[in-house]
Design a protein around this ligand. Structure first.
Ligand SMILES: *Cc1c(COP(=O)(O)O)cnc(C)c1O
Length: 388
């Protein structure tokens, strides 16, 4: 890769992040401590929810969320196949089964009508895990209405949706529990990390306990305040999912920039959509009820009018110095999920179709205008040359 290769994604870190990490290192307190507490407080305020719990990945957050709402072996949890495997694997961690529902061809979010039809015909469903694909909100009100009707929990995979608003209200204020990811490619990066948001104090307490070995500090604080500092009580076989203060040091400053970052990504998206007209591709569909975090900018190639397939397009972009990616390889095409449930590719025809045409273009807040222009130029050149 040459120096002027444009990667598909890049974390945008500044001096504030660097200084805060150095401060953390000098303090001698590396694991969960004062910086994590501050990051949680800032995050809760940013979303407008009472409880924010930091963890060491979004995946860990999703696992803890499902555990907290009581998902048990044999339960079914509905999600879509058009997501990262983390969304579904955490269901299996708990011995439960994912039930995939195909996506809407415009938003790539769960298809509400198919969701309703599935709920009518299937028993033992305990929860829905909507994924706000690319940073655009699912039709969350319709999902909540179905959840009420069938007494289901809603755990939102908001790994892409920071910040995203649905009907003017921040995602994180809707479902029972909402989970964010701060993986390096996401809209806010802490290396590895995640955040769990909820209004429910019982869920918050369970998650707080389970993210650190099942140690219940609240029990300790309340009942044993006369105990010495070394004493703690283990109330469950918990996990090791706590966030380090080194990660939180990054998160504190990334969060302060979250809105500015989002504005910059929206500018880039607007530029792409404006410039990539009259080409054999579809630019992202915008839902009227949702804002867009623009974690991803996914184009759909009109393969019928092209002499090349999607993979060749990606290769040519790469040769031209532009990194791209594909979101997502649908889970029902992946070996583990395919074998376990004996899926055929056409079992989820929309997910399959969208996947075959999808290309994610570079979009991150520290992209320069010149880089955005270069991406546009390359897309135009490659597609014009490949037109039938
Ligand atoms: C990134 C991602 C996750 C997992 O987040 P990690 O922090 O990497 O564990 C979960 N779901 C979706 C849709 C993601 O894109």
């Amino acid at each position: 890769m040459s120096d002027n290769f444009i990667p598909f994604a890049l974390p945008c870190l500044g001096e504030q992040e660097i200084n805060e990490v150095v401060d953390t290192l000098r303090s001698g307190w590396l694991t969960t401590g004062p910086k994590t507490k501050r990051f949680e407080e800032d995050f809760a305020k940013f979303i407008g929810m009472p409880h924010a719990l930091a963890v060491n990945s979004g995946t860990a957050g999703l696992h803890l969320a499902l555990e907290a709402v009581g998902i048990k072996p044999g339960d079914k949890v509905i999600t879509t196949p058009y997501t990262f495997t983390a969304t579904a694997e955490v269901i299996r961690y708990l011995g439960a089964e994912p039930l995939f529902v195909d996506i809407d061809p415009n938003t790539f979010n769960i298809d509400i009508h198919k969701l309703a039809a599935t709920l009518e015909s299937v028993s033992n469903v305990k929860a829905i895990m909507p994924v706000h694909f690319g940073g655009q909100a699912c039709d969350i009100e319709a999902i909540l209405a179905l959840a009420r009707q069938y007494s289901l929990k809603v755990v939102e995979d908001a790994a892409h949706a920071l910040p995203t608003k649905y009907k003017g209200q921040m995602i994180g204020n809707f479902g029972d529990i909402t989970v964010y990811s701060f993986y390096v490619t996401k809209t806010l990066a802490t290396g590895e990390g995640g955040m769990i948001v909820t209004a429910n104090p019982d869920y918050a307490e369970r998650i707080r306990t389970m993210r650190l070995h099942g140690i219940n500090r609240d029990v300790f604080d309340r009942a044993s305040s006369k105990q010495p500092g070394w004493y703690y009580e283990v109330v469950a076989p918990g996990f090791k999912y706590n966030m380090t203060d080194i990660s939180a040091a990054l998160g504190i400053h990334q969060l302060q920039k979250a809105n500015a970052f989002q504005q910059r990504r929206a500018e880039i998206a607007t530029q792409y959509t404006k410039e990539l007209t009259d080409l054999p591709l579809c630019t992202p569909y915008l839902h009227s009820e949702s804002s867009h975090a623009w974690h991803l900018y996914v184009i759909q190639l009109e393969l019928e009018t092209l002499t090349i397939d999607r993979n060749t397009f990606i290769e040519r972009m790469n040769t031209a110095g532009v990194g791209t990616s594909v979101h997502f390889i649908p889970l029902h095409l992946q070996k583990y999920w395919r074998d376990r449930y004996q899926f055929e590719p056409t079992d989820f025809p929309i997910a399959l179709e969208v996947y075959q045409r999808a290309v994610s273009l570079p979009i991150y807040s520290c992209m320069t205008n010149a880089q955005v222009k270069r991406v546009i130029t390359q897309v135009k050149q490659i597609l014009t040359e490949a037109q039938k």
